[in-house]
Design a protein around this ligand. Sequence first.
Ligand code: PAF
Length: 280
Amino acid sequence: MEVIAKTSEVKNVLTEHRSKGESIGFVPTMGALHRGHISLVEKAVSDNNIVVVSIFVNPTQFNDTTDLKNYPRTPDRDMKILEKSGVHYIYMPSEQEIYPDPDTRVFDFGKLDKVMEGEHRPGHFNGVAQVVSKLFDIVEPHRAYFGQKDFQQLAIIRQLVKLLNLKIEIVPCPIVRENDGLAMSSRNLLLEPSIRQSAPLIFKTLSDARNKGVELSVKELISWVVTTINKDNNLTVEYFSLADSITLQPILNWNDSESIIGCIAVRAGKIRLIDNAYFK
Ligand code: PAF
């Protein structure tokens, strides 16, 4: 495994692999790796000849400077984990390397980024699109791997690939959970112990809500989820949306969509957690 900081160097080595007809799988990350990331890496290793993982905490996707400052950074541990996972290259650029000049591009995702995370974290997806488009341009992967925990991000990336007319296969990977159901996230490291104990209620409530199914109206179910989670003093629901899984636009009735996703964001102390589950 090689760790490369320079863009020109990573481009050169990958051009050589491509010229030999080898397939390149790419896992973009912001580091602080957990089993969710490892599942993406394992899938990439099994699908491709060469696997590249990037580690870069992208400032343009943080709409909150404290969140950026506190974002966990564990590069030495990350490298050890990746070494054991069969990764060939880690691309770990500096901010100057990715943004030698400010990136002023504004992407038009239509209604896709006007809801849920896009609504509550203004500018977040534009920042994600800026960095991912740059990384795609540098790595030129055949396939790129993204976790379904960031459900809206996945939809945005698919749209980005269409907008930029890229020939990259986007491979979605299932959410990996702790034993108690909490979706794996780098931010889980930042949860205070008492709040960490409350956090599994998020997925438990989503699961119970799924079982309630169409017993309740969409409006009633949304209200039930929000009330159930908010009863825990450590948790406050920022939003819970039942939406069409492709357009991400909220549904009003169960028969408004063939495929319904429930997406939630919860404030757990100072940390913001997201999760989702299919309802239909
Ligand atoms: O999902 C993430 O970790 C980030 O949003 C990504 C895709 C690496 C872009 O910075």
